[in-house]
Ligand binder design. Structure first.
Ligand code: GLN
Length: 556
């Protein structure tokens, strides 16, 4: 008898990138996931990152973009954010591996004697470790999409490429597919698009034993049939496997465009999977809503990394989603906290003029803190809708303590360890609901170890902005921070009008603060942006943008 729920034969799609970085491999992987899911297949993702850092948690967002956090508290590459936003999957620790993590595990095994004194080598020991990481996903879903970070030709990515090369032999041709994302540049002076970089990139891949099945060619425009034929001939791929991945106005158009190019059909044909046609109406509606909103509203983001939008990726998307929910285009104005600081409080008002919502996002370290606090004072006094996330919530608390509760020197111990009023402090222990254990930490724990990471429950008080937005009493949100609201100041600040609208269910951790006498002023200790999806905009972002639109209306 057949089991009621047979384990699916998981098919693996491996995505590599050639020519140069930033070709949108992560988005391509996410869009492929969206197309397969819209055909009723179950999917998952994995990102294999060649760098040696054990996880991206300690990497500078300047260099690497945002650190994305999953429910189980993994600090991951920002591509996992794309994967979750484009599909319904919820990812975890096992969906992101770096070379560092792979080597760490191999070296630990060696130290424990698990290789029985054998010589430990890249092939087979490191490659086996990679293959085991990939094969964990086997049997879980119909299709697993594995993205290999970096560019073909990098020294670091070789073990990953060797491992995926071997996997075709291990898993079978019908169960594996290689997709290569490459660039077909337009050379202005020649007035032509050039296929040579693609040819060379594929040659490199073939030299290590991988013949791509499908090419996703990034171009500014569409590729003519002649050009596709040429690429097909030189790169040894089917004519209908040369897909134009043209620049689109909006990232949520990518799945629709890929479908038009026949990408999902080709994938399914090569993997020998039969499904119905995709249901793309929700994507079409989404794109139409994004492209033709009935109004727009400027929002200021007061940040440290304003030069690099990648470091606020999820935040940016969540704001777009909040706009979609309100039929509005959110016009983001990144304002440098240090510019505000340099101009002083009067200058802050000038820099923020015309913005109908002010958002202070998460962050680490003292740089720009004074400017962010000035922006918060401005939002509070001028009754401009305010949204503080993580550090933003902590600074809103400090601002309130200093300017309303009269605790002039109030601070976070992150910025002044000796402050007489540590309204935000380094908490030594807390109850972790996931492990049902008290987590203990101190300053000597390694940097990663001291963070409160991942999903925690939060109870919302009735008659608050938070409760109104969520329409629920109990919620779960993802965290990534070291410092917390100090309960010793709770009574004092509450008496002065700070509303504690969300706490951990045991009431020990403050999760959300608000101001009642304000159109919309809310700070949360967690990162709601990680859970916002275009089809399911996050309630706090929806509420914030709604408040901003109302502010705009009353301002005339
Ligand atoms: N630096 C603060 C902390 O560690 C806030 C962190 C954040 O905004 N993610 O608590």
């Amino acid at each position: 008898m057949k089991p009621a729920n047979p384990t699916p034969q998981t098919k693996f799609i491996f995505i590599t990138g050639g020519v140069l970085s930033s070709l949108g491999k992560g988005l391509a992987a996410a869009a492929i996931g969206a197309l397969l899911e819209s055909r009723g297949l179950t999917i998952t993702f994995q990102k294999l990152d060649p760098y040696i850092n054990v996880d991206p948690g300690t990497m500078n967002p300047f260099q690497h973009g945002e650190v994305y956090v999953t429910d189980d508290g993994a600090e991951t590459d920002l591509d996992l954010g794309h994967y979750e936003r484009y599909t319904s999957v919820s990812l975890s620790q096992k969906n992101n591996y770096t070379s560092g993590r792979i080597y760490y595990s191999v070296i630990n095994k060696e130290r424990r004697g698990e290789y029985l004194g054998g010589t430990v080598q890249v092939i087979p020991h490191v490659t086996d470790e990679i293959k085991a990481a990939v094969r964990q996903l086997e049997g879980e879903v119909d299709v697993a999409i594995i993205e290999i970070g970096g560019t073909i030709g990098d020294i670091e990515s070789l073990p990953f490429l060797e491992a995926i090369r071997q996997l075709r032999g291990d898993l079978g041709r019908e169960n594996t597919l290689y997709i290569h994302v490459t660039l077909v540049p337009y050379i202005k002076t020649a007035g032509e698009v050039k296929t040579k970089p693609t040819q060379h990139s594929v040659k490199e891949l073939r030299a290590i034993g991988i013949q791509p099945d499908i090419l996703l060619c990034r171009t500014e425009t569409t590729l003519s049939d002649e050009l596709k034929a040429k690429i097909s001939l030189f790169c040894n791929v089917d004519r209908d496997a040369v897909i134009t991945a043209r620049d689109v106005e909006n990232i949520y158009e990518v799945p629709l465009w890929f479908h038009e190019e026949g990408l999902d059909n080709k994938i399914l044909k090569l993997l020998n999977v039969w499904t119905g046609s995709p249901r793309l109406e929700p994507w079409q509606e989404l794109v139409a809503r994004i492209k033709n909103p009935s109004r727009e509203v400027p929002i200021a983001i007061i940040g440290k990394y304003v030069e690099l939008k990648e470091s606020y990726k999820s935040l940016h998307e969540a704001l777009v989603h909040g706009g979609v929910a309100n039929d509005a285009r959110v016009v983001l104005r990144y304002v440098s906290a240090e510019d505000i600081e340099a101009q002083g409080f009067e200058g802050a008002a000038e820099l923020l003029a015309g913005c109908h919502g002010i958002l202070v996002p998460g962050g680490f370290g003292g740089r720009g803190v004074a400017g962010k606090i000035m922006a918060i004072t401005h939002a509070r006094q001028e009754k401009v809708p305010f949204f503080g996330i993580c550090l933003g919530m902590q600074l809103a608390t400090i601002e309130f303590a200093r300017n309303i509760a009269g605790l002039t020197d109030a601070n976070s111990t992150e910025f002044n360890p000796g402050t007489p009023h540590p309204v935000i402090y380094f908490i030594k222990e807390w109850y972790d609901y996931r492990t049902s254990r008290v987590q203990v930490r101190d300053e000597s724990t390694d940097l990663g170890g001291t963070l409160r990471l991942g999903s925690y429950p939060c109870r919302l008080l009735p008659d608050t902005f938070a409760r109104a937005a969520y329409g629920a009493e109990l919620i779960d949100e993802r965290h990534r921070h070291r410092y917390e609201f100090n309960n010793e100041y709770r009574r004092q600040l509450a008496d002065k009008g700070l509303v504690i609208s969300g706490t951990s269910p045991d009431d020990k951790l403050v999760e959300i603060v608000e101001l009642a006498d304000h159109p919309w002023f809310l700070g949360c200790q967690f990162h709601p942006e990680f859970k916002s999806r275009p089809m399911r905009p996050h309630p706090l972002f929806t509420a914030f943008i709604k408040a901003a639109l109302e502010h705009q209306k009353t301002e005339g």
